[in-house]
Ligand binder design. Sequence first.
Ligand SMILES: *[C@@H]1O[C@H](CO)[C@@H](O)[C@H](O)[C@H]1NC(C)=O
Ligand SMILES: *[C@@H]1O[C@H](CO)[C@@H](O)[C@H](O)[C@H]1NC(C)=O
Ligand SMILES: *[C@@H]1O[C@H](CO)[C@@H](O)[C@H](O)[C@H]1NC(C)=O
Ligand SMILES: *[C@@H]1O[C@H](CO)[C@@H](O)[C@H](O)[C@H]1NC(C)=O
Length: 520
Amino acid sequence: MFWWKEILISFSVIVFIAAVEKYPQYIEGYSLDIPVDHFSYTKDDTFKIRYFYNLTFYKPGGPIFFYPGNEGSLEVFADNTGIIWDLAPLFNAAIIFIEHRYWGKSLPFGNDSFTDVSRIGHMTSIQAIADFAIILPLFKKTFKISNDAKIIVIGGSYGGMLAAWMKLKYPELIHGVWASSAPVVWFNGGGTPIGGYGNRVQKSFEFLGCNPKILFDGFNAIKILGKDVQGRQALADIFKVNPKTPLNSEADVQKLLTFVQTAIENLAMTNYPYPTTFLASLPAWPVKVACSFINQTPSNPSLADLANLMKNISKIYFSSELTCLDVKICGNPENPKLADVWDFQKCTEIIIELCAMGPPNDFFPQLCTDRDSFLRTRKQFCSDNYKHIGWTADFMRENAIRDIYGWDFRQSSNIIFTDGTIDPWGAGGVTNDTPGISDGQNRQIFNFIIEGSAHHLDLRQPSSCDPENIKNVRYQIVQIIKTWLNPSLPPYQPKPLPAFAFSNVTNCEYLYNQYPWNQN
Ligand SMILES: *[C@@H]1O[C@H](CO)[C@@H](O)[C@H](O)[C@H]1NC(C)=O
Ligand SMILES: *[C@@H]1O[C@H](CO)[C@@H](O)[C@H](O)[C@H]1NC(C)=O
Ligand SMILES: *[C@@H]1O[C@H](CO)[C@@H](O)[C@H](O)[C@H]1NC(C)=O
Ligand SMILES: *[C@@H]1O[C@H](CO)[C@@H](O)[C@H](O)[C@H]1NC(C)=O
């Protein structure tokens, strides 16, 4: 999740590339006119929201599987959530993915949507879930799906947060939720440590068989080389820096550090057991590949060795020949204006308190030490990027998520949370300290912690290279959804997941419609 990166704070980036995997199939539709502002009576602007649907498996009595779009074009999520297509036939379910406002083809003011706070200011999660809440009943009506059809929301990452928040806000509309890798408590007071992300990245490398502490020396080597003209020339040669974004100053070198950090973070986030094309085209277990470079580095490496190591690792993720230090100048995003949308949410309501802290917490250069320094850094970033469209410090509502939704699940029911132990975002998932989780089972609230799993692996199309514990969690989730849909079944008692083990299958292929994946 959280793709367009700000310069100073550790977050992740997406590079949109065409998926080469077998696409799930769906039909594109557009909603009727939806209010741009659901919560006031001062504007009457409306717009249309895009959705994808597939009714092939739907039979009367079946539910709706609904995926709430995240921060990206809807195709990205539809093409990377294969499990929904696998499960729909088991449940006679209708499938619908709805795009998040201000992304893809769901722009309230067309190309002008981003140019002023009077327009982009309607880009909030609560407006987005209000869109979904209006469209879902219309979807039933339009396609003659019974009004009683139960809605199960399945979402990953920010989409998983939206799913959980919908259950809290619209309990009568939403019957059940599968929220995968959703960092719903990574906010002020939620209990997630600020360094949680970087620490998980470090653990992910250790899990894949190397000691990544040398990467801290690698970042330092780049900084040291970056101090003078000669060193910057050496870096430019090693990284093949694009001449359009030259390394002329230490500020430019900071961009190179960010580039490397982004690559490493995203390798950890999408460290899947088989080759994928979600954020970039990656080999199986890409962190393992990075570890093999670390393990081959000479002892007593020179500055140049260290810089080469950082380059080699970055190129696993950013595979283009030349290193581009500013996507707005030489990158190839689908629309550079869109690059700002998620960052804007990080300057208003989604104040996930996260940044790299350096050793021993993580191997990244230290960007902050505590909450105050995090907030200072963030506000500076927001001012640098959005002052010109009208942002002021008052826009940053540090407690917006707590105040709008919170994370108290004591009155809620029918939610499955899943998190992976090597997913950096997994650090922000619910815990037994989150109200309503430890005693959630009698309200059918479950929290599965999946060892060795990266960012929402459980939602992907099953693969012959999936570890046993992922197969098992999917199997248990099917049993839970069955009990949600059939009140005559006894409540589900979850079982411990089998221990993680690397799959010994070498030629990974996607498995279609193979439920129950040898589980019982
Ligand atoms: C729905 O998905 C199934 C499985 O991918 C596919 O066979 C079917 O053609 C799809 N239906 C539509 C209308 O796209
Ligand atoms: C919006 O911008 C895109 C990309 O620059 C362009 O292709 C499209 O025609 C523009 N749309 C309108 C309505 O101006
Ligand atoms: C980096 O990769 C190059 C070419 O693949 C290789 O020759 C070199 O030894 C690697 N260096 C390090 C430190 O990984
Ligand atoms: C892979 O592991 C499974 C279960 O542990 C075992 O039955 C199978 O023989 C193994 N296959 C190979 C090729 O090692």
